[in-house]
Design a binder for this molecule. Structure first.
Ligand SMILES: Cc1cc2nc3c(=O)[nH]c(=O)nc-3n(C[C@H](O)[C@H](O)[C@H](O)COP(=O)(O)OP(=O)(O)OC[C@H]3O[C@@H](n4cnc5c(N)ncnc54)[C@H](O)[C@@H]3O)c2cc1C
Length: 500
């Protein structure tokens, strides 16, 4: 019976980065499995910010360089100069002035805040840059850093079972199953395939059961709708936390509007876009009791060809959103814009949205909230019901640990999901390497201490990131500055040195 040291479930950015960090530190006996039948283009753009990039650099400087290069190509596909240097020259930045800032404006068109998009600005301010990259390019870049045979598609994990008699965990996988409809997913693979069965962990049809893997440790990086999380929390005091909770916010988006009347595009350009290709518009005059309506905001973009698109982020109930598509989504968006007093030109733009281009996405969350004391009952006490006070859903159980969205998935309003996942990966790679160096693969006490340490470090920080994500959208420049210091400015390498 071959036992891997580590099986990573999920070849998303976080699972792959963890595997890269472990290999870099000498842990070779590992494998990454993913449910996708083949790796293919899914997902949208992810901004990697200084904290995530610092963590990636710590995990593996080569991975960091390659992701940075892929991001640069993504932003400037035709710039050969750019490909050579990795950065834009000053002249290029001037020539592409319109791509350098993401502006925040209020309803009157006043500029409230701007986020420079170029790498060098962030580098100067926070000691590390900023990279925009598509989820698929990020996944592909990281995947190619690992040997091909260490990343396996077509392995959907359905079950994890502790096997103390062998000192490992068994991971049951199936292949060639239909893609699961995933209402929580950021990256759902919705493929209509009615002839195939979609098994669940409790009933694996024999003809689909392909293989079981065994590992000393399982790192569950299978995203917000994590199967491993569901399996581990089922029939436990944590069962309420098995599936993500609706965050209260949803997105209504229009991919593209091509036919925009001249008067409207001129007005939008003059009052809102000016030189920016992307902006967010929101109400900066809020009374204390209007937080939820005031948290509506509209992100708009404009291509050089003149087409525009938008994403509305609004507090909505799931019932209001359910089953809505096309024209009904346009109506809902208009109703919400009216409630929040959005200015006429923005409402007019929504009114002319082609219904075929409309999308909706409710945002879910695994809350990281911690109680005053982060003393988790032991598994034995949990099972026996010997505990008092609030139970937090622990991020690990015996030899299995959650990471990335599987632990703390959240809406993308502060662009921190993948960045926080990369921080998790840095911490976990350090602690697991320490276990390996001390040959503690069979020391369950050392393993649970390592996982608790990971959780104690990461959880309070995640709580503050989630508060920032779901809280009041409008921030003063002082608040932005404090957030930047707290999140982007940290010296990740030093933090990792202090960890052991
Ligand atoms: C619109 C939007 C914009 C975003 N923008 C940003 C941003 O700007 N910056 C940022 O940092 N974050 C952003 N995020 C969040 C970011 O995409 C996620 O936080 C990040 O992808 C999480 O990475 P992950 O590897 O933990 O999970 P995922 O990316 O969800 O990957 C999970 C992987 O596990 C696989 N998997 C799932 N179930 C199983 C199973 N049972 N067996 C095997 N494999 C399985 C999936 O196929 C997938 O490959 C955004 C999200 C959205 C929706």
């Amino acid at each position: 019976m071959g036992i891997y040291d580590v099986v990573v479930v999920g070849a998303g950015p976080v699972g792959l980065a963890t595997a890269i960090g472990l290999r870099k530190r000498g842990i070779d006996n590992l494998i990454v499995i993913d449910q996708t039948r083949t790796f293919r283009k899914v997902g949208q753009i992810v901004d990697l910010l200084p904290n995530g990039l610092k963590a990636l650099k710590y995990l593996d400087p080569q991975a960091y360089e390659q992701v940075k290069e892929a991001g640069n190509k993504f932003l400037n596909p035709n710039s050969s100069e750019h490909q050579k240097t990795g950065y834009q020259t000053t002249q290029q930045q001037k020539n592409t002035k319109t791509s350098s800032e993401w502006v925040q404006k209020n309803f009157q068109g006043q500029r409230l805040h701007s986020i420079p998009l170029d790498y060098n600005h962030w580098l100067k301010k926070y000691g590390e840059g900023r990279v925009s990259i598509s989820w698929y390019d990020l996944q592909t870049t990281l995947r190619h850093i690992l040997p091909q045979d260490l990343v396996k598609a077509n392995h959907r994990c359905l079950n994890v079972v502790d096997e103390p008699e062998y000192g490992c965990v068994r991971i049951d996988c199936v292949s060639n199953t239909a893609a699961e409809a995933n209402p929580y997913a950021y990256w759902a693979e919705i493929v209509q395939d009615n002839n195939r069965q979609t098994p669940n962990a409790r009933s694996i049809p024999q003809q689909l059961q392909t293989k079981s893997l065994r590992a000393k440790l399982v790192i569950a990086a299978d995203g917000i709708n994590s199967t491993v999380r569901k399996v581990l929390y089922a029939d436990s005091p944590y069962c309420a936390f098995a599936q993500p909770e609706y965050s209260g916010f949803a997105a209504i988006a229009c991919r593209e509007i091509s036919e925009i009347p001249h008067h409207l595009s001129t007005e939008l350009e003059a009052k809102f876009f000016e030189d920016s290709p992307i902006l967010t518009v929101f109400d900066d005059h809020l009374s204390a009791d209007s937080t939820s309506i005031g948290n509506s905001r509209m992100m708009l973009w404009r291509r050089s060809s003149g087409q525009m698109g938008y994403i509305l982020h609004i507090p909505l109930s799931l019932e209001e959103l359910e089953g809505k598509s096309g024209g009904l989504l346009v109506d809902l968006a208009l109703q919400e814009l009216e409630k929040a007093n959005f200015p006429d030109p923005l409402r007019e733009l929504v009114r002319i949205s082609p219904s075929v281009n409309m999308l909706q996405r409710p945002y879910y969350i695994h809350r990281a909230i911690i109680s005053d004391s982060i003393q988790f009952p032991s598994t034995a006490n949990l099972n026996a019901g010997n505990y008092t006070g609030t139970i937090e859903p622990a991020w690990s159980n015996n030899r299995v640990v959650f990471i990335g969205d599987a632990a703390h998935g959240m809406p993308p309003f502060k662009a921190q999901g993948a960045n926080q996942g990369l921080e998790d990966a840095g911490v976990l790679a350090t602690l697991v390497t320490n276990l390996a160096q001390k040959n503690n693969w069979d020391n369950t006490l050392a393993i649970s201490e390592a996982f608790e340490k990971y959780e104690r470090l990461r959880r309070p920080f995640m709580e503050s990131i989630q508060q920032a994500t779901l809280g009041q959208f409008y921030w003063s420049s002082r608040e932005w500055q404090e957030y930047g210091q707290k999140v982007y400015c940290r010296n990740f390498e030093q933090e990792m040195e202090a960890l052991l």
